[in-house]
Every structure is written in structure tokens, then in C-alpha cells.
Write a protein that binds this ligand. Structure first.
Ligand code: NI
Length: 199
């Protein structure tokens, strides 16, 4: 096992479509996945696609933390560490949501991306057996983000005209200031209402 170097935005491996894996049970794929999991854990990521470690193959690893799942529209159960080989996504319905994303290949930044809220995905597991799952909320977002990597797409190219994008620490500060201002404004309205009642 080894921690691999993560490619950053601008490296050509991140903008090229990845190749299908011919034998998901091959020892080389098992070794690649082990290294990807170690690399993802070391970088504190929630998902990683093989092109991000300079391997142009259709392999993704991810998990969903239960707390984050609950916070971002899921059922709070989370998803155990999952390996997807040659995944395919089917979009279910038209509902979409804009929410924040980050990426280990775009370090220290975050942006608002519109994603489908409900998807079905199919893939092959490391054991060669088929995987088919319905996903919604953060789970669906993670899988769409990771599968985009296999098509050479990074999330900044999906940020729409209204979407914010910037350094994570600046955005976190801006959001907390917006929240504080909103709370201040709400408190101001309350006191005005009280004043009116007093009068
Ligand atoms: Ni990413």
C-alpha cells in the first residue's frame, strides 16, 4: 500500500476520459484500489477517482459520513466505503439542487454546483459482482462528482452563472458573516414589531 500523489487541476490526466477496466478482479486493480483508499484517507477526502492519482481508469472509491448525509438532505444512514468499477449513472427525475463542493484536485477551494438530487448507479465491485443502488442527497452528489472525474470533468466547469466559487476559508467566513447579518436583521425586525405593538 502507498499514498499516491494527487493530480491538481490543470494536469491533463484530469481532463481526459478514463478507460474502462477490462478485468475488475485483476490483482493490479485490487492494488490500485488499496492505494486509492489509503490516499483518500490521508487527504481527508470523501471520494477519489483513479484519474486523480494519475491512473486513467474508470475506478472510484467513496464513502458518506452519516452526519454529513443527514445535514445535506440524506436519510442520515451514510454509505460504507464503496468501490465502483466502470460505474454508470442514470438520472432519476428532474429535481436538482445547488450546493457546495470541494475536490482534492482543486485544493483549498469550494464552489456551488447544481446536481441531480436522485440517481441510480450501476457498477462492478472488486469481487466482480454487480452493484446497483438508488442514491439521493449528498450520496447522489458524491457519486456524480466522482463519476465526472472519469469523463474528464472537474466541478468548477459545472458552476453556473450564479454559483459562487473561491477559497474555502474566505467563503466559510463570508457565509458565517451572512448568517450573523441575517440573524441581526431578523432580531431587528422582531424588535420593530414589538415596538409597534407597544405603540
Ligand atoms: Ni473531485
Amino acid at each position: 500500500m502507498a499514498i499516491l500523489k494527487i493530480a491538481r487541476m490543470g494536469h491533463p490526466v484530469l481532463s481526459a476520459p478514463a478507460h474502462p477496466v477490462e478485468d475488475p478482479e485483476a490483482p493490479a486493480i485490487r492494488a490500485l484500489v488499496a492505494d486509492m483508499i489509503e490516499t483518500m484517507d490521508d487527504a481527508d477526502g470523501t471520494g477519489l477517482a483513479a484519474p486523480q492519482v494519475h491512473v486513467p481508469l474508470r475506478v472510484v472509491v467513496f464513502f458518506v459520513d452519516p452526519e454529513r448525509d443527514a445535514r445535506e438532505g440524506g436519510d442520515g444512514e451514510g454509505v460504507a466505503l464503496t468501490v465502483l468499477i466502470n460505474p454508470e449513472i442514470e438520472l432519476l427525475g428532474d429535481e436538482t439542487k445547488v450546493d457546495w463542493e470541494g475536490c482534492l484536485s482543486v485544493p483549498q477551494m469550494m464552489g456551488e454546483v447544481e446536481r441531480h438530487t436522485h440517481i441510480r448507479y450501476r457498477a462492478t465491485g472488486l469481487d466482480g459482482k454487480p452493484i446497483e443502488r438508488d442514491a439521493h442527497g449528498f450520496h447522489a452528489r458524491v457519486v456524480q462528482h466522482e463519476c465526472d472525474h472519469l469523463d474528464g470533468i472537474l466541478y468548477p466547469s459545472r458552476i453556473g452563472g450564479q454559483g459562487r466559487f473561491g477559497f474555502s476559508d474566505e467563503i466559510v467566513r463570508a457565509i458565517s458573516e451572512e448568517k450573523a447579518q441575517a440573524a441581526y436583521d431578523a432580531a431587528g425586525e422582531d424588535s420593530e414589531t414589538e415596538n409597534q405593538e407597544d405603540a
